[in-house]
Design a protein around this ligand. Structure first.
Ligand code: PLP
Length: 394
């Protein structure tokens, strides 16, 4: 049809995206990360960050990144197996393994790449992946990349998982169950003990994504696996350095054999440049802080408790069930979510509206930090109360 411009479909596609209120664009935050940030020249109270412990703007992590840059330069200059491996990477991997209580760990350029490569290395065309319906995009795309047959089970529904195992597991060579431990968009927690029972019963491998749990859950901040006392089980644990650890990069932690295998078979680790010295050193410093400063974690959980108390007092606010510092207010449609996000912004508060296709239902997603003050939480709740009483939310 359109021989003149083979890209004309992009315009049409963008128009459809805008019509559905699915259009997104970036905004710049040009200040140090923290509970207050400068967005488009205005200082806003920040409830949109994954920097749960405030470590991205922490003096010690910044100093560690600067020192590593000065000593080792700005880039790793090669892949880890060629010229890009440094003692610093080894130290970080030891620190992750120690935090997680696993034999070994491997760091990746991002959590997304860790999931893509690890899933594709663990299973292939003859295999089966059983995946929670609300898993993160990186788990879903890793499953596609692997070529394995992927079946979704209902969200956190262990009957649905068992049903799928019963029906299908025997028809495949290997089976891998993949799940977020803390679901990134709802903030709820996977029933991991029940999931592990099923995995053991059916001889399935398990990969858990601890992106939103590392540094936050568990007695020492190791994550949800520690929270549930499942540290002795054979689980492939993946996570990111870019949320509570405030840096950039991803990791996989597990048995020495699993990690050795990934070093030889995981394309998204082998064929990419090693983590930069700054990111590596910042993550290492962040893990030290997580390990030696449990008060940070306790402060975060106090904030979670306080905000939940305040929000449940507002009858017009409907919360999505959560067990984490991610607290979502459910809204009927994308239009209302955007309107409320905008009103919050006018009130000096950054709390992003999240809509389809990222999530099935529209919402305002609040993420809490250990460094939020009680008065800041009160300001947020007062603004929400006023805006909801002014806005028709059916
Ligand atoms: C953020 C996130 C990732 C990706 O991690 P990055 O390091 O940002 O690439 C993977 N899984 C989940 C559940 C996440 O929330």
């Amino acid at each position: 049809m359109n021989q003149l411009n083979p890209y004309a479909w992009i315009d049409r596609s963008l128009a459809t995206i805008k019509q559905a209120n699915w259009y997104r664009s970036v905004r710049s935050i040009d200040s140090l990360p923290g509970t207050e940030v400068t967005i488009d020249g205005r200082v806003l109270l920040n409830f949109g960050s994954n920097d749960y412990l405030g470590l991205a703007g922490n003096e010690r992590t910044i100093r560690a990144a600067m020192a590593a840059t000065q000593q080792f330069g700005t880039g790793a200059t090669g892949s880890r197996l060629t010229s890009g491996h440094k003692q610093l990477h080894h130290k970080l991997e030891l620190a992750i393994a120690r935090l997680k209580g696993t034999e070994a760990a491997l760091v990746f350029s991002s959590g997304y790449l860790a999931n893509l490569g690890t899933i594709a290395a663990l299973v292939g065309q003859k295999d089966l992946i059983l995946s929670d319906r609300l898993n993160h995009s990186s788990l879903k795309n890793g499953s596609l990349l692997s070529g394995a047959t992927t079946l979704d089970y209902q969200h956190c529904d262990m009957d649905s998982l068992r049903h799928n195992l019963q029906l299908h597991q025997a028809n495949y060579r290997r089976c891998l169950i993949v799940t977020d431990t803390v679901f990134s968009m709802d903030g709820d927690l996977c029933p991991l003990p029940e999931l592990m029972e099923l995995a053991t019963e059916y001889g399935a491998m398990v990969l858990v994504d601890e992106a939103h749990a590392t540094g936050i859950f568990g007695a020492t901040g190791a994550g949800a696996v520690e929270h549930y006392h499942l540290g002795d089980r054979s689980i492939v644990e993946m996570g990111t350095l870019s949320k509570s650890l405030g840096s950039l990069g991803g990791y996989v932690a597990g048995s020495a054999q699993t990690i050795e295998f990934l070093k030889n078979r995981c394309a998204s680790w082998i064929y990419t440049t090693g983590l930069s010295p700054a990111d590596t050193a910042a993550a290492l410093a962040a893990i030290e802080i997580v390990t030696t400063t449990p008060q940070l974690r306790h402060q975060l959980w106090q904030n979670v408790k306080y905000l939940n108390e305040l929000l449940t007092r507002l009858p017009q606010v409907k919360l999505i069930p959560s067990a984490s510092p991610i607290i979502c207010i459910e809204l009927p449609d994308p239009h209302t979510a955007i309107a409320i996000g905008e009103k919050l912004r006018q009130a000096g508060i950054f709390a992003p509206a999240i809509r389809p296709p990222t999530v099935p239902t529209s919402r305002i997603r609040l993420s809490l930090m250990a460094t939020h003050q009680q008065s800041q939480l009160e300001r947020l709740v007062n603004a929400i109360e006023r805006i909801f009483s002014e806005t028709e939310v059916s």
